[in-house]
Design a protein around this ligand. Structure first.
Ligand SMILES: *Cc1c(COP(=O)(O)O)cnc(C)c1O
Length: 287
């Protein structure tokens, strides 16, 4: 529901996929999407409201209720993020820290467990080692993800729900062996979640076997160090469950992206490829 069928071919031909996605915008025929800044939306037929709350309608059927739930402009931006990861579904949020917290809250319940790389981003480390154990009894064991034996043995059957690491870690630049980690994770029945913020466009974790991607938009995608934003990518069922009106962590706890911010980010996507090329070039010069 969050991206047209063109997404399936997105990784094979990202430029064409992006061009197709763009054609879905410009609601009035303009070359840019318009901004839907409404917090709340009208529903003319009371029966529709009942259907909304019983989950019989979806955003793909053009129903909008309130912008903490799906907002049309944020929903328009989201396929662009999905295309960057070569996948089918994404939804943007007000920060990546909120995204990761709500992904983990959706996948883990009280008493359950996460296995994470010990080189994760500082904020993520703090959430997992302090906030989650105190607030909801979700605990994390941090491991060296290059040691596959320790990794395998730390995953507790039934109790561990998530294997979490960064494609390339910030700031230590540890590169994850995503295919092998995903294989072990799936063998043990856990969901493999990858933060791809630092390896955007270089790595496609889903192609390499991961289940869920969380990216910070605040870094390369924004590009100007002036916007805090995040995105959760794939699978559609997880994104939808996070937006559920009764149970969804994103919908209920509310780290909403503002429609005007979504529009600003949309303007920066077309030159992201050029910027990334220049980042790589400069990194090689430094190296
Ligand atoms: C910056 C960063 C985050 C946090 O992102 P925010 O958008 O600031 O919440 C998480 N993970 C990595 C790897 C980062 O570099």
């Amino acid at each position: 529901m969050l991206l047209s069928s063109a997404a399936a071919a997105a990784w094979e031909d990202p430029a064409a996929a992006l061009a197709n996605a763009r054609h879905e915008f410009g609601e009035h025929g303009g070359v840019n999407m318009s901004i839907e800044a409404s917090a709340t939306f009208t529903v003319m037929d009371p029966k529709t409201l009942r259907k909304m709350f019983f989950d019989e309608l979806g955003a793909d059927r053009d129903f909008f209720i309130y912008s903490r739930h799906f907002n049309p402009t944020v929903l328009n931006l989201s396929p662009h993020m999905a295309v960057l990861e070569g996948i089918e579904a994404a939804y943007c949020t007000s920060s990546r820290m909120s995204t990761i917290s709500f992904v983990l809250l959706q996948l883990d319940s009280n008493g359950e467990h996460i296995v994470a790389s010990k080189t994760v981003y500082g904020g993520t480390h703090a959430v997992m080692s302090h906030l989650f154990p105190r607030a909801c009894n979700i605990t994390t064991t941090f491991v060296d993800i290059n040691d596959m034996n320790i990794m395998r043995n730390t995953i507790e059957v039934e109790k561990t729900k998530v294997l979490y690491f960064e494609g390339m870690s910030n700031p230590t630049l540890t590169v994850a062996n995503i295919p092998e980690l995903s294989r072990i994770g799936h063998e043990k029945g856990v969901t493999v979640v990858v933060d791809n913020t630092f390896s955007l466009i270089i790595l496609s974790p889903v192609k390499l076997g991961a289940d869920v991607i969380v990216d910070s938009i605040s870094k390369f995608i924004s590009g100007s160090a002036d916007i805090i934003a995040g995105v959760v990518c794939r699978p559609t069922s997880l994104v939808n469950s996070m937006m559920d009106l009764h149970q969804g962590s994103l919908m209920l706890l509310g780290p909403t992206m503002n429609a005007k911010v979504a529009f600003e980010l949309f303007e920066r996507i077309p030159n992201l490829g050029l910027r990334m090329k220049e980042h790589y070039h400069r990194a090689m010069v430094y190296a």
